[in-house]
Design a protein around this ligand. Structure first.
Ligand code: SAH
Length: 215
């Protein structure tokens, strides 16, 4: 059973203060959403003590739950408005999905590892949250459901996936780390059918965005 103790709540509050005061996250809606979502639910219970440290932690299939400061930073870059249609690539533990859900986004999320896809679905059910989850290859996006207001990629893409850019609404935003070993955080805005503008926000390290799904 998932329990959120006073100790967890206290550690989480301290993490949020760190994100605000040391990391420089300014979007109070993002901080509030992260304060609502118990990160330890998305980790093996052996990681309970470190769940609220600002670090990435191993999950199944040699993947990681992103570092809280990275989750906060990417979410802030999205500039979400309520009820926006958001595509996430890389469901992983489901933590980032739950943070987007707490911000009242309408979420579609894709994961290529079957075990992670299954595990995240179980947690979403326990939490009674209802993102639409897909087992597949994020490089394809979701052409049947596009266009999206926002697309968030939570794995490192070696190159910018054109498919995803073309699944943005006009005015839509794609936040994506791009690069081989180290990634540059990019924010692309679709100004018109053919015109995109790009901003850069420093270096990050993500697990790689890989092609094709697993069994
Ligand atoms: N948002 C996640 C981050 C997990 S790490 C969280 O909060 O826990 C990135 C995830 O992207 C991994 O689970 C990995 O399996 C997944 N991934 C990598 N390439 C992918 C692809 N092409 N399509 C979908 N998911 C992918």
């Amino acid at each position: 059973m998932l329990t959120d103790t006073y100790r967890h709540k206290g550690l989480r509050k301290r993490l949020i203060d760190h994100l605000r005061n040391d990391v420089g996250i300014t979007d109070e809606n993002v901080l509030e959403a992260m304060n609502k979502v118990p990160r330890h639910y998305f980790l093996d219970s052996s990681f309970d003590e470190i769940a609220y440290e600002d670090r990435a932690i191993q999950i199944l299939c040699s993947q990681t739950i992103s570092q809280p400061s990275t989750v906060a930073f990417q979410t802030q870059l999205l500039k979400l408005q309520p009820r926006m249609k958001v595509l996430e690539i890389g469901t992983g533990s489901g933590y980032q999905t739950a943070v987007l859900n707490a911000l009242d986004a309408k979420i579609y999320t894709i994961e290529r590892q079957k075990d992670l896809y299954n595990k995240a679905n179980t947690i979403f059910q326990e939490l009674k949250i209802h993102p639409q989850t897909f087992y597949g290859d994020g490089y394809a996006g979701l052409p049947g459901i596009a266009p999206f207001d926002r697309i968030l990629v939570t794995c490192g893409a070696p190159v910018l996936p054109k498919n995803l850019l073309l699944q943005l609404k006009i005015g839509g935003i794609l936040v994506i780390p791009v690069g081989e070993k180290v990634q540059k955080m990019l924010r692309l805005t679709r100004n018109s059918e053919q015109d995109f503008s790009q901003e850069e926000f420093g270096n990050f390290t993500f697990v790689p965005m890989l092609e094709n799904k697993t069994k």
